[in-house]
Design a protein around this ligand. Structure first.
Ligand SMILES: Cc1cc2nc3c(=O)[nH]c(=O)nc-3n(C[C@H](O)[C@H](O)[C@H](O)COP(=O)(O)O)c2cc1C
Length: 321
């Protein structure tokens, strides 16, 4: 039995990452109903909005689902209070110190996963007592690690320091990529970009359409030296990049970024001035699909990857036909 599946009570070790402005109850319940684990992204929600999403999600699925809480978010105490009162027992934390909330969530009977971008943070997460580690590489959409470690290197680096159940994230948008992550000894995957661009994602149609037209190299990392964010290279990105190459400090970059740019780009569909947060894997995606179709293709291609590897493994003694 797969460790992630048994720990979380799900059929497939496929987690839909919490995503600001994309993953409300509709996306989360669709992924859970399809046998993965849906996460409601609480990072940009007011507590009463989160409560509403949790209640709607409970009505839309009888399968397990969870909530993602970026620990830097301003209303974190109230958010945790809603999670506990609503009886959600799977919490994925990110962007902060896992020591702060893990014991509290365990006392309330929740499983806790924490997202990291380096082996150092994985060790800290294990010390904090988390149940699952999510290793997120530099290909990922949204906030990235300062070390710029890619998923392929990060999985092995994290695996070398912990035996905890491990989810690989960043750049995984196909069954083949999922298979590669699991060959590197991840126990499952957390996927963002692929699910952000589904019918059930609450992102604006303009955002989905633009992201489905991207080619390789069309995303870049803004505010690279302070708080890296992977996004489409649009007007906003070009402005940030120019300022950074002229040596702008964090204050100046924060001023350009301003407040509410992710909402403007992802949720309101302002393609020039908004932050269009999306991962490198978007360049592989061309059509808007339903979550069910995405899940079916992930699983079919996971199996196809096995066949491909066996067909091409004649160089290994004992596997020769
Ligand atoms: C639009 C968007 C918003 C995101 N928002 C969050 C967030 O609020 N909290 C978080 O922990 N991760 C966030 N992420 C990261 C995802 O949860 C996931 O780990 C990442 O997208 C995986 O890499 P991929 O995009 O290559 O699949 C976001 C990603 C995207 C694309």
């Amino acid at each position: 039995m797969n460790r992630i599946c048994s720990l979380l009570g799900i059929q497939y070790p496929i987690i839909q990452g919490g995503m600001a402005w994309c993953s409300g109850w509709r996306l989360a319940s669709a992924v859970s109903n399809a046998g993965g684990l849906g996460l409601i992204g609480a990072g940009t929600m007011y507590p009463e909005i989160l409560r509403e999403h949790i209640q709607k999600c409970k009505k839309a699925t009888n399968k397990p689902f969870g909530v993602n809480v970026p620990l830097m978010c301003p209303r974190v105490e109230e958010i945790m209070d809603v999670i506990v009162k609503e009886g959600v027992n799977i919490v994925f934390t990110s962007a902060g110190n896992p020591q702060t909330w893990t014991s509290f969530l365990h006392e309330k009977g929740a499983r806790v996963a924490h997202v990291v971008s380096s082996a150092r943070f994985a060790t800290k997460s294990e010390e904090a007592g988390v149940d699952i580690i999510v290793a997120e590489g530099f290909e990922a959409g949204g906030h990235n690690g300062l070390d710029e470690t890619t998923t392929m290197c990060l999985i092995r680096e994290v695996r070398a320091v912990t035996h905890l159940p491990l989810l690989a994230a960043g750049g995984i948008a196909s069954g083949q990529a999922m298979m590669a992550a699991m060959a590197l000894e991840a126990d499952g995957v957390q996927i963002g970009t692929l699910f952000a661009l589904t019918e059930e994602s609450s992102a604006h149609e303009n955002f989905k359409e633009r992201c489905l037209q991207l080619s390789g190299g069309d995303t870049g990392v803004g505010i690279r030296h302070f708080a890296p964010i992977r996004m489409v290279k649009n007007q906003l990105y070009i402005e940030l990049d120019k300022a950074e190459s002229q040596g702008a400090e964090k204050d100046e970059l924060d001023r350009i970024m301003g407040k509410g740019k992710a909402r403007m780009g992802i949720f309101e569909g302002n393609l020039d001035n908004g932050a269009l947060e999306i991962g490198q894997a978007a360049s592989q995606l061309k059509n808007l699909k339903s979550v069910n179709q995405v899940m079916r293709e992930l699983l079919d291609d996971y199996v196809n990857a096995f066949v491909y590897i066996l067909d091409n493994s004649g160089f290994v003694e004992g596997l020769k036909k």
